[in-house]
Design a protein around this ligand. Structure first.
Ligand SMILES: C[S@@+](CC[C@H](N)C(=O)[O-])C[C@H]1O[C@@H](n2cnc3c(N)ncnc32)[C@H](O)[C@@H]1O
Length: 310
């Protein structure tokens, strides 16, 4: 028996959404999972923190090397092969970095869930809330840095009338999205796109919505070209779901560890500052900034910045 469980009020806090605004399908999904957990405390916490410090010291995680996409081409290439071999099985798209049976970050502490696929279940709830809240009734949906297409596939099934475009600099990713169209008949299109050299031939109708999900995390402080591209294309809404370094609290040691890992990995910096500068210049309006206090051991990757070009 676990001593705690995520209640509806916790989801309200995590999502940054009033209870009444949570769509019924999302409430139904929440009810399907055992959200029990125990805080990691005492000696187990000491052991876990020591192992995390050691991981950071040894740099035992992927580190962003500017301009190098080989890791992604290889990784999404494996997912592409599995997807084709299984004739379009969506399980073949699961990114390998969401691992079962792991402790999670929750409300600036570390917690051990009961459900082995706790983070996976949370992601599904999060997608249901996010997509139904911001992506309904759009002419076109774009996910930049879409990877294996785990969000594109959910969006394509949720909004069959809407064209969903998945873009990524790794070619196998675009191929996965185009195979979704071929194998499932979904209204999807895959394209190669590089945040550092945006392709201005992408056609973006006025009522479009743009998503990035754990993708800008990969570009350190090089967000200028992509923001300029969005200002020129003027989609109706931009939804960035990313780890925001500036929102960690350096006085909290669980956050402090994440900041050290974030820096060692050469992850996203300065995005909020850049967006606030654009807002003060009258070029954009920021509609929501919300720290989502959930994540994996060294990474809080679900925070929201929602804005629109003016
Ligand atoms: C952590 S994965 C996230 C994938 C997907 N959004 C998800 O949530 O599962 C980061 C993605 O960003 C892509 N990416 C990294 N740098 C990029 C760049 N310069 N231009 C376009 N995509 C890039 C990677 O290829 C990868 O697919």
């Amino acid at each position: 028996m676990s001593t705690h469980t995520l209640e509806l009020s916790d989801f309200v806090r995590l999502l940054g959404s009033p209870e009444l605004a949570i769509p019924p399908s999302c409430l139904a999904l929440i009810k399907q999972t055992d959200w029990g957990y125990d805080w990691v405390d005492g000696q187990p916490l000491d052991d876990l923190v020591t192992s995390l410090l050691e991981r950071i010291r040894r740099k035992e995680f992927s580190i962003v090397v500017h301009g190098d996409k080989t890791r992604w081409v290889r990784g999404w290439g494996e997912n592409l092969d599995d997807f084709v071999a299984s004739k379009g099985d969506l399980n073949a798209l699961a990114p390998k970095y969401v691992r079962p049976n792991m402790p999670v970050r929750l409300f600036r502490r570390l917690a051990q869930p009961v459900e082995p696929n706790f983070e996976q279940c949370w992601r599904r709830v999060y997608q249901e809330w996010l997509f139904r809240t911001y992506f309904a009734d759009r002419e076109r949906i774009f996910e930049f840095g879409c990877g294996s297409g785990v969000h594109v596939s959910v969006l394509a099934e949720m909004f069959p009338q809407t064209k969903v475009v998945g873009l990524d600099w790794a070619e196998p990713s675009a191929e996965i999205i185009n195979n979704m169209h071929r194998m499932h008949g979904w209204n999807t299109e895959g394209r190669v796109f590089d945040f550092f050299h945006p392709d201005y031939s992408v056609d973006m109708p006025a009522n479009s919505v743009v998503l990035t999900f754990a993708a800008l995390e990969q570009i350190a402080d090089k967000h200028g070209p992509f923001l300029e591209f969005l200002l020129a294309k003027k989609p109706k809404l931009c939804v960035f779901i990313e780890p925001i370094r500036e929102w960690y609290d350096p006085a909290n040691f669980v956050d402090h560890l994440a900041m050290r890992a974030h820096d060692t990995r050469n992850f996203l910096v300065g995005l909020t500052g850049a967006l606030h500068k654009l807002q003060s210049q009258g070029k954009i309006e920021i509609l929501k900034e919300h720290r989502v206090e959930f994540g994996s051991l060294l990474h809080e990757g679900y925070s929201q910045i929602i804005w629109r070009p003016l």
